[in-house]
Design a protein around this ligand. Structure first.
Ligand code: PLP
Length: 448
C-alpha cells in the first residue's frame, strides 16, 4: 500500500532508470535529509548511504562549508557565463586547479553540468579536431561492452549496456564496442589475468585493423567500470591496450566520472590503473555532488587544433548556458580544498584494506559468485551455482531482491544486473564500514 506521497510521486514523476511498469505498485523510497554517511526517509528511518548517492556524494551529507560556498557565490554573483568574451573568477580558479591535478599534461578545461555532457563533448571534440587536422575519415570511437558513459545520444551510444540502446535507436553508427575486461566472467578456462589482458589487446588490434585504423579516432574507458557492475581491469590491461592505440594513432579518453577525486585513493583512477590518457572527463565528486558540474580536460595538441579551426571557420560552436556556472565552480573549489585540507585521500587509503577485506569475505556466501573491487568501490555478483557461475533465473531478480532486503536492514546499495554494488562516501569510518557489511551480509542471508 503506497503512502500519499508515494502515490503522488509515481503519478507525476517520470523516474529515470526505473521499471516503469512495476514502479507504480512498488513505490519509491522517499528521502528527506542526510548527515554524514546516513540518509533518513520521510518516516525518520536512517540508512547507511552505501552508494554515496549515485557514486558521487564523496564528502557525505551536511557539509556546511559547501553550503556556505554556494550561498556566498549566490549572494555575490549567482550567474555569469563564459560565452563570447566573458568569464569569472570561480571558473578561472577551478580550471587552474584541475590543470594542476590532471593525470596528464593539461592545457585547458571545458565545463559542463554532468558526466554525460562531458562525454558528449569528448565525442564532438574528437570529430571536430580530426576535421581540423585534415583527417575527416578518422571518426569512429571504440568503447567497451558494459561501459557506462552516460545517456545523451552520444554518451549513451558509448555506453555498452543494452537498456541504454534498445528502442532508443542507438548506438550511433560511428561507435564500436570492444570486449569487456571481466576476467571472472569472460576469461578462458585456465587463462591468467595477464594472458586475458594480452588476448583483449590482440582482439582490439584485430578489431581496429578490420575497421581500418584510418577510420578509428579514439578509445574511451573508465579506469574501473562502475555502472556496468564494478569491473576492475585484469592485471596489465591498460599496459597491453595502450601500445595498440599508440600504434594506430588512436587517442585515449579516460572517463574519470566515478574514479576521479579519491575513489581509488588518488586524485584519479588513471594513475592507479596505469592509464596515460589524452583527455579526461570528470563530474560527480568534483563537487561532492552538492551541485551538478562536469568537465573535460584537454591537452595542448587538442587546444592548438581547436584554435587553428577557429582561425579558419570562426566561432567554436559548442558550450552550455551553465558551462562553468559560478555557483558550481565555487562549490567545486571548496570540495577540492576540503579533499586537500582534510587529507581525505589518505583516509581513503587507510580504510581501503578493511573495506576490501569485508567485501572479499562475502565471496564465501552461498549465493555470491564473485566479490570484486578496488579502492572504495566494489560489487558482489550473485549466482545460482557457484561452481558453474550460472546466474539466477532473470525472473527471480536476485540482486534487486537483495537490494530491497538491504534497504529493509537500513542500507542503500544498488543492483546492476546480477550484481550488488557498493560505493560509500569517502569519509566513511571503520565502524561504519563494519556496520555496512554486517547489514549487507544479513540481507544476502535473507535473499538466499
Ligand atoms: N561516466 C561514468 C563513468 C559514469 O559513471 C556516469 C554516471 O554514472 C556518467 C559518465 C554519466 O554521468 P551523468 O549521470 O552525470 O550524466
Amino acid at each position: 500500500m503506497l503512502t500519499n506521497l508515494q502515490a503522488r510521486d509515481v503519478a507525476t514523476v517520470l523516474h529515470p532508470y526505473s521499471n516503469l511498469a512495476t514502479l507504480p505498485e512498488q513505490g519509491t523510497l522517499i528521502l528527506e535529509r542526510g548527515q554524514g554517511v546516513f540518509v533518513h526517509d520521510v518516516d525518520g528511518k536512517p540508512y547507511i548511504e552505501g552508494m554515496a548517492g549515485l557514486w558521487c556524494n564523496s564528502l557525505g551529507h551536511g557539509r556546511e562549508e559547501l553550503v556556505e560556498a554556494a550561498a556566498e557565490q549566490m549572494r555575490r554573483l549567482p550567474f555569469a557565463h563564459l560565452f563570447t568574451g566573458k568569464s569569472h573568477d570561480p571558473a578561472i580558479a577551478l580550471a587552474e586547479k584541475l590543470k594542476e591535478i590532471a593525470p596528464m599534461e593539461a592545457a585547458k578545461v571545458f565545463f559542463c553540468s554532468s558526466g554525460s555532457e562531458a562525454n558528449d563533448t569528448q565525442m564532438k571534440l574528437v570529430w571536430y579536431v580530426n576535421n581540423a587536422l585534415g583527417r575527416p575519415r578518422k571518426k569512429k570511437i571504440i568503447s567497451r561492452i558494459k561501459a557506462y558513459h552516460g545517456v545523451t545520444i552520444a554518451s549513451a551510444s558509448l555506453t555498452g549496456l543494452p537498456n541504454n540502446h534498445i528502442d532508443f535507436d542507438l548506438p550511433l553508427s560511428s561507435v564500436r564496442h570492444a570486449a569487456c575486461p571481466h576476467h571472472w566472467r569472460f576469461a578462458h578456462e585456465g587463462e591468467s589475468e595477464a594472458e586475458f589482458s594480452a588476448r583483449l589487446a590482440a582482439e582490439l588490434d584485430a578489431q581496429i585493423e578490420a575497421e581500418g585504423p584510418e577510420t578509428v579516432a579514439a578509445f574511451i574507458a573508465e579506469p574501473v567500470m562502475g555502472a556496468g557492475g564494478v569491473i576492475v581491469p585484469p592485471e596489465g590491461y591498460f599496459a597491453a591496450i595502450q601500445p595498440v592505440l599508440e600504434k594506430h594513432e588512436i587517442m585515449l579518453i579516460a572517463d574519470e566520472v566515478i574514479c576521479g577525486f579519491g575513489r581509488l585513493g588518488e586524485w584519479f583512477g588513471s594513475s592507479v590503473l596505469g592509464m596515460t590518457p589524452d583527455t579526461v572527463s570528470v563530474a560527480k565528486a568534483l563537487t561532492s555532488s552538492y551541485v551538478p558540474l562536469g568537465a573535460v580536460i584537454i591537452p595542448d595538441w587538442i587546444d592548438d587544433a581547436l584554435k587553428a579551426q577557429s582561425a579558419k571557420i570562426g566561432v567554436f560552436g559548442h558550450g552550455f548556458t551553465y558551462s562553468g556556472h559560478p555557483v558550481a565552480a565555487a562549490v567545486a573549489l571548496k570540495t577540492l580544498e576540503i579533499y586537500e585540507r582534510e587529507d581525505v585521500f589518505s583516509h581513503v587509503r587507510a580504510i581501503i584494506p578493511q573495506f576490501q577485506r569485508r567485501l572479499k569475505a562475502l565471496a564465501d556466501h552461498p549465493i555470491v559468485g564473485e566479490a570484486r573491487g578496488i579502492g572504495l568501490v566494489g560489487a558482489v555478483e550473485l549466482v545460482a551455482d557457484k561452481r558453474t557461475k550460472r546466474s539466477f533465473d532473470a525472473r527471480r531478480a536476485a540482486a534487486a531482491k537483495a537490494v530491497a532486503l538491504a534497504q529493509d536492514e537500513g542500507l542503500i546499495v544498488r543492483a546492476i544486473g546480477e550484481a550488488v554494488s557498493i560505493c560509500p562516501p569517502l569519509v566513511i569510518s571503520e565502524a561504519e564500514i563494519d556496520e555496512l557489511f554486517d547489514r549487507l551480509a544479513r540481507a544476502l542471508d535473507r535473499a538466499e
